[in-house]
Design a protein around this ligand. Structure first.
Ligand SMILES: Nc1ncnc2c1ncn2[C@@H]1O[C@H](COP(=O)(O)OP(=O)(O)OP(=O)(O)O)[C@@H](O)[C@H]1O
Ligand SMILES: [Mg+2]
Length: 482
């Protein structure tokens, strides 16, 4: 019965009306003013129409697609409208088909990815935004009011969805980084990376599938070596991952079987033309005798016995210092020549020499000193160090901060990621501890601070097999350079 319902509805009960005069007798009345139903309906109708007009203006293509046939139907009859619409639809579909077939690149960037982005925004991000924000605590409530961060834009790249978010005032990217795992699960992605766009806004990056899941075979040897960009693998977005070795030093860290060898060998492979031309020398330090012994003919110097390793490293220091004296006051940067080639000192498992070897004075100390000298002074005189390491703790390699470029392959613990890539790298998306331990999917995969970015990028090195190395060495020996 309407009467009964009215009496129990909230705000309907009689309550004392507020009065300025404290001595006035209380006046009772309803605390809610009743708006006539018609007026409410009218306001809603008006709002609906206003929204419809805004939508129609914002989406002219949809407006024409819907309104066109209707107008045609009214003017020229519904049968004609049906035929014309079918013909237009067939023409549009045909044109899109031809576009996709003939020019797949532009079709992908102008039609497929924007369409996918719209679909993902509607079906995923907009749909689950509020529940995910609530569960992650990124939404705030003050009394009845709810403050929800807003999605500004959703775009799709070939491998990931990117969601631009306007944070609430008072939020920082670190609040979002803390919730990265929850955000990833909430939106059905394997991971979520948070990147700052500008103050107040962050991009959330959700990879769709894993673009680096399949092993990458050894890359072709380039015709010419570019020491500032050796092709060694692929980035997550499908582009080439190039490694700079001249004018820097590179540290590769990862547990056993993480694929450190594939980075070392991919780099050496890309150096082959310059090695052949006499512009680059690789000096190999191989205390484990496993990794580098295959390619001995390619190296200008090779050492495996700890004492020999010390000798090799000290020779490298001496060579560097001679060069520094010769260059002093003449040149400030080194250009590789046949007389002064670029020397890349490759050290596999440095901890074997810097931490595990029992002889402190005969091996550990001299190796540490030599590496510290090379990494702190070798950059501008054409001596580079590429070192591999299983355990990134400070005791193991005190000089890790002297390596400007670091690569984190699979790690056992979260904390090790920051030890290699620097504080906060894991929070910014370098999940090296989550890389699969299956060699098929995880070996050679890692995170690296790519040039021009403060955020770590995911990469995978190409796998240079033993046969590839044999072939490289054989070809080199045949070339008469042994
Ligand atoms: N880039 C790669 N892609 C696919 N598989 C790889 C890749 N690199 C290595 N593997 C596989 O993983 C195995 C271990 O790799 P690798 O020997 O390079 O590891 P590592 O990090 O050098 O380990 P260790 O510290 O024990 O020397 C290889 O035998 C190979 O099967
Ligand atoms: Mg190895």
């Amino acid at each position: 019965m309407p009467g009964m319902w009215r009496e129990t509805s909230p705000g309907d009960q009689a309550s004392p009306w507020a009065s300025q005069d404290p001595f006035a007798a209380p006046v009772f009345g309803r605390s809610v003013w009743k708006v006539p139903e018609m007026l409410v309906l009218l306001v809603h109708l008006f709002r609906f129409l206003a929204r419809l007009i805004v939508l129609a203006v914002l989406h002219p293509v949809v407006t024409v697609a819907v309104a066109g046939p209707v107008v045609l139907g009214v003017l020229a009859g519904w049968q004609t409208a049906g035929v014309v619409t079918a013909v237009v639809l067939a023409l549009v579909a045909g044109a899109l088909g031809v576009w996709a077939w003939r020019w797949p690149g532009t079709f992908t960037s102008y039609v497929r990815l924007p369409g996918l982005a719209r679909w993902r925004w509607l079906s995923l991000y907009r749909r689950f935004w509020q529940p995910v924000m609530t569960m992650t605590g990124l939404l705030t409530r003050r009394g009845e009011r709810e403050y929800l961060p807003r999605i500004r834009k959703v775009t799709c790249t070939a491998w990931a969805d990117r969601v631009l978010v306007e944070m609430l005032r008072g939020q920082a990217p670190s609040h979002w980084e803390d919730q990265a795992a929850a955000l990833a699960h909430g939106f059905g992605a394997a991971s979520c990376r948070v990147r700052m766009e500008r103050p107040g806004r962050v991009w959330l990056e959700f990879p769709r599938g894993d673009s680096l899941a399949d092993p990458l075979p050894a890359l072709p040897v380039p015709d010419e070596t570019d020491l500032s960009a050796l092709p060694v693998g692929r980035r997550e977005d499908g582009s080439d991952w190039n490694l700079k070795v001249h004018g820097t030093h590179v540290l590769v860290a990862g547990v056993t079987g993480a694929g450190k060898g594939s980075i070392i060998w991919s780099a050496i492979r890309a150096l082959l033309p310059a090695i052949r031309a006499g512009l680059v020398e690789v000096w190999a330090v191989d205390p484990k005798r496993m990794e580098l012994s295959f390619g001995k003919p390619l190296f200008a110097r090779y050492a495996a016995d700890p004492e020999d390793c010390v000798g090799l490293l000290e020779d490298a220091v001496e060579r560097m210092q001679k060069r520094a004296t010769a260059f002093a006051g003449k040149v400030r940067t080194h250009t590789p020549t046949i007389e002064d080639p670029f020397v890349l000192v490759v050290v596999d498992e440095v901890a074997f020499l810097t931490a595990y070897h029992p002889d402190a004075n005969g091996v550990r100390k001299p190796v540490k000193n030599a590496l510290a000298t090379l990494t702190s002074q070798g950059r501008s005189v054409g001596v580079g160090v590429l070192a591999a390491l299983q355990d990134p703790r400070k005791e193991v390699l005190e000089i890790r901060n002297l390596f400007p470029d670091k690569i984190a392959l699979r790690m056992d613990e979260k904390a090790q990621v920051d030890m290699v890539l620097g504080d906060g790298a894991r929070d910014r998306g370098a999940y090296a501890d989550q890389i699969s331990s299956l060699p098929e999917t995880g070996a050679g995969a890692g995170y690296v601070l790519l040039e021009g970015s403060r955020d770590p990028g995911r990469v995978r090195a190409a796998y240079v097999s033993d046969d590839d190395i044999d072939a490289m060495a054989a070809e080199f020996t045949d070339g008469g350079h042994a």
